[in-house]
Design a protein around this ligand. Structure first.
Ligand code: NAP
Ligand code: G4F
Length: 378
């Protein structure tokens, strides 16, 4: 089928999205975006013994939002789900997404992050939806790994540098292969790090904003981090999910780098986050002896622990979003680094304050108004 027919079909179709990884940071923002655009949104969730649906709790019960049990490691569940939902767009966001964890669980990471992509593609083919269903694959800047050029664009060679990145490289290539072999509309968004107030608590940005909030409110003494010199191109997740959608609305299936084009170190992120929490940091020492000191109290509030060093670490990511800007009309600078850090810290200062109030209320049986009135919390 000539590729131009995709444009005609997409305009005539009712929009039904299937999101894998719907409970994750990106899945939750993407669900909100697509529901606002009038899509019927179906999310794939997996069984867990604890409640992990916090990020999408506010969407449950909406008439066009549906959740289904399946698993990326279970082909049959995927074939059944795709057949039942008959999606016009699939956003494959599900992954074991933590780079450090991929060193501890490499086989599971490969199964979900590499073979999982193949399973989705085959589920679409098995249900004969190749010509009506567009597929977005969550690729990553980790593909550039031990970088061969700075900044990185769609044409920069890949050099994956973790089991996670190697698995994601398979995902990237199998998407490209199915696009070429079967003329399917499947694309990769090569996304650089994107963060938010919903970011998982074991990624470095959220570790920092939560710790800064706890330390500022007397709930923690010190934050331990790994490589402070590592450089990232950090953007805001809410801006990035819009780009995922734009990639699938493009006339032709193509891969895009999504990044801000601005780079900062982990140390710079920490300095700004603590500043927004009311603590000015002074850095002393080098390597594992480096410390972040509260200039007002002289206390050490950030220290380095080799436990957080990785066997191989990606240290110089900077994306070139020119293609997405030019061809999708996407604005990479909608939310600046400074705004991102501020909004994350403000969120976590509030979160910790509410946790403190809830602890105190249990102890002393007072409500929020009384605490504010007595000046116990501000
Ligand atoms: P996340 O918050 O870690 O969410 C991952 C999602 O995948 C969760 O919903 C998780 O479900 C689901 N999942 C994991 N294993 C699964 C399985 N076996 N079956 C079904 N679902 C499974 O990740 P994110 O930050 O939103 O990122 C979304 C995607 O973009 C991921 O593929 C990630 O690798 C990729 N990516 C992220 C970034 C970034 O900076 N955020 C950058 C580039 C690429 P549970 O809730 O049940 O665990
Ligand atoms: O926040 P991170 O764990 O994110 P990382 O490894 O860049 O991966 C994230 O972004 C990728 C896109 O490039 C995604 F594909 C992936 O799914 C995930 O969302 O670590 C960022 C940097 C690393 O260099 C790490 O070594 O921060 C360094 N770091 C220093 N101290 C730390 C810590 N990382 C974590 N998680 N915890 C630390 O204490």
């Amino acid at each position: 089928m000539p590729r131009v027919l995709w444009c005609i079909n997409s305009k005539q179709m009712k929009h039904i999205a299937l999101i894998t990884g719907v409970t994750g940071q990106d899945g939750s923002y993407l669900s909100e975006l697509l529901l606002a655009k009038g899509y019927s949104v179906h999310g794939l969730i997996r069984r867990s013994s604890v409640d992990y649906r916090e990020r999408i709790a506010h969407l449950e019960g909406l008439p066009h939002f549906h959740l289904h049990y399946a698993d990326m490691s279970d082909s049959m569940s995927l074939v059944k789900l795709v057949g039942q939902v008959q999606p016009t767009e699939i956003y494959n966001l599900a992954a074991q997404s933590h780079v450090q964890v991929s060193f501890d669980a490499p086989e599971f990471t490969a199964d979900v992050d590499a073979v999982g992509v193949l399973r989705i593609l085959e589920a679409v083919r098995t249900n004969h939806l190749e010509k009506t269903c567009r597929i977005y694959q969550a690729s990553t800047s980790e593909l550039y790994g031990k970088v061969e050029a700075v900044p990185q664009s769609e044409t920069t060679p890949f050099h994956p540098y973790s089991p996670y990145a190697v698995a994601k490289l398979y995902g990237y290539w199998i998407i490209k292969e199915y696009r070429e072999a079967y003329d399917m509309f499947c694309c990769s968004g090569i996304l650089f790090n994107h963060e938010s107030e919903r970011r998982g608590e074991t990624f470095v940005t959220r570790e920092i904003t939560l710790a800064a909030a706890r330390i500022a409110q007397g709930k923690q003494d010190c934050l331990y981090l790994g490589n402070l010199d590592s450089k990232r191109d950090w953007g805001y997740a809410k801006d990035y999910v819009e780009c995922m959608w734009l990639i699938l609305q493009h006339d032709t299936p193509e891969d895009f780098v999504i990044a801000t084009g601005v780079q900062h170190t982990v140390r710079e992120f920490a300095t700004l986050a603590f500043h927004h929490a009311g603590i000015e940091l002074r850095w002393e020492g080098k390597g594992i002896d480096e410390k972040g000191i509260d200039t007002k109290t002289g206390k050490i509030v950030v220290a380095v622990s080799p436990d957080f060093y990785r066997p191989t670490d990606v240290v110089n990511l900077l994306g070139d979003p020119t293609k997405a800007q030019r061809e999708l009309g996407w604005n990479p600078q909608r939310t600046s680094f400074e705004q991102l850090v501020k909004l994350m810290v403000e969120h976590d200062m509030n979160k910790i304050m509410h946790e403190r109030i809830s602890e105190l209320s249990k102890e002393r049986k007072m409500n929020l108004a009384e605490y504010l009135e007595k000046g116990i919390v501000k």
